[in-house]
Write a protein that binds this ligand. Structure first.
Ligand code: ADP
Ligand code: MG
Length: 353
């Protein structure tokens, strides 16, 4: 059944383009298994600006990861199109077509959505004003006080669409949130770590690829101990039932990451990665109680003003997003989630939004 499903999934790979249509221009970034480039695609109506990703040759498992990212993009483009960068399809470059820049193998292709990620906004500094929020507000055509709320609303809408489709992104962070200039809204990119919990695609129970600065303390999107779950997601790859989804709340993985993004948007000091890491340690020491952690961090009132505004509605949203699930580590190293009532919650996320 697993191989049948995989074959069915692989038969739907999206649009295939020809190598001759492509021109690779400059490198945009490099992850552990892939390289990303800006390029152009020649179509009947002209040249389109595109983003291209290829797997690195000679990196173990890179090829499989590239295939997974491919499948996830095809599915997300159908199930949550407004949430993710527009996927244009793929190119298989044969040895005879290969050139120095367009190397042999699988290439994935997206529309070039824009030149700024949320991380590039966060890196803007000025002595006189919050340059990140000023430029965000200008690009979103919003007054500055609404910039953080607008970005968070768009991020939550994107995540909600993904979760409704059974997808957990697992790598939500400012560098993976792109500003789509045409629509003037933020979208998610980089589905390399995304798991499709309906089909089981890219999901191995005890394996995770994560950025520790944005990953929730329990580290997994589902418990890793249950043989039932292993059978369900690892081997048989059958659909995840709504009952299991509501019991284990795998979407909380992304909610935590979104909380860290909110923290960085609202508190300029935490845009420095070392400060964020220090704060995360403090947060864990305070049992993930964000109210206690912010008090213990002794940030000047100016730094927390945005979270405190409007009777602390931002702070309550943050508490709603930063909700870890309790875990118990089993003798065999598996992890079981334990349901408990989190003391940090004052408002449901939807109410705060
Ligand atoms: P990696 O696996 O290297 O993290 P990403 O998919 O995150 O790969 O892409 C790396 C960088 O390329 C991003 O941080 C962003 O700057 C740029 N990028 C990726 N996709 C797009 C896109 N659709 N439009 C514009 N820029 C993009
Ligand atoms: Mg990335």
């Amino acid at each position: 059944l697993a191989s049948l499903q995989t074959r069915a999934q692989m038969s739907n790979k999206g649009k295939k383009h020809r190598a001759e249509q492509l021109n690779v221009l400059r490198e945009l970034g490099q992850g552990s298994y892939g390289q990303v480039f800006e390029g152009t695609l020649q179509t009947s109506t002209g040249k389109d600006r595109v983003v291209l990703k290829r797997v690195k040759p000679r990196v173990e498992a890179a090829e499989v990861m590239g295939q997974m990212e491919h499948l996830l993009n095809v599915y997300a483009a159908k199930a949550a199109p407004q949430a993710v960068a527009h996927f244009l399809g793929y190119i298989e470059v044969t040895p005879t077509q290969a050139t120095k820049s367009l190397t042999e193998g699988l290439w994935l292709m997206w529309r070039f959505e824009g030149s700024q990620t949320l991380w590039s906004y966060m890196r803007r500094t000025s002595l006189f004003r919050d340059e990140c929020l000023v430029t965000l507000a200008a690009d979103l055509c919003m007054p500055e006080p609404l910039a953080v709320a607008t970005v968070m609303r768009q991020l939550c809408e994107n995540l909600s669409a993904m979760h409704t489709a059974g997808l957990v992104h697992r790598d939500v962070k400012p560098a993976n949130i792109i500003f789509a200039e045409q629509e003037k809204r933020f979208k998610l990119i980089d589905l390399g770590a995304c798991a499709d919990l309906r089909a089981g695609t890219n999901y191995v129970p005890d394996e995770g690829i994560m950025d520790p600065s944005y990953c929730p303390p329990e580290q997994y999107c589902l418990p890793t101990d249950s043989p039932d779950l292993a059978r369900q997601f690892g081997v048989v790859r059958s659909a995840m039932s709504p009952m299991l989804w509501s019991r284990y709340k795998p979407d909380r993985f992304d909610s935590w990451s979104a909380g860290m993004v909110l923290l960085q948007l609202a508190v300029p000091k935490l845009r420095q990665m070392q400060s964020l890491r220090d704060f995360t340690k403090l947060l864990k020491r305070e049992d993930c109680d964000i109210y206690a952690a912010l008090k213990a961090a002794r940030l000047p009132a100016k730094h927390t003003a945005l979270l405190d505004a409007d009777n602390g509605v931002g702070l309550d949203l943050l508490a709603g997003l930063l909700r870890p699930r309790s875990v118990e580590v089993m003798d065999d190293g598996g992890v079981r989630f334990v349901n408990h009532k989190s003391k940090a919650i004052r408002l449901p996320v939807s109410a705060a939004l």
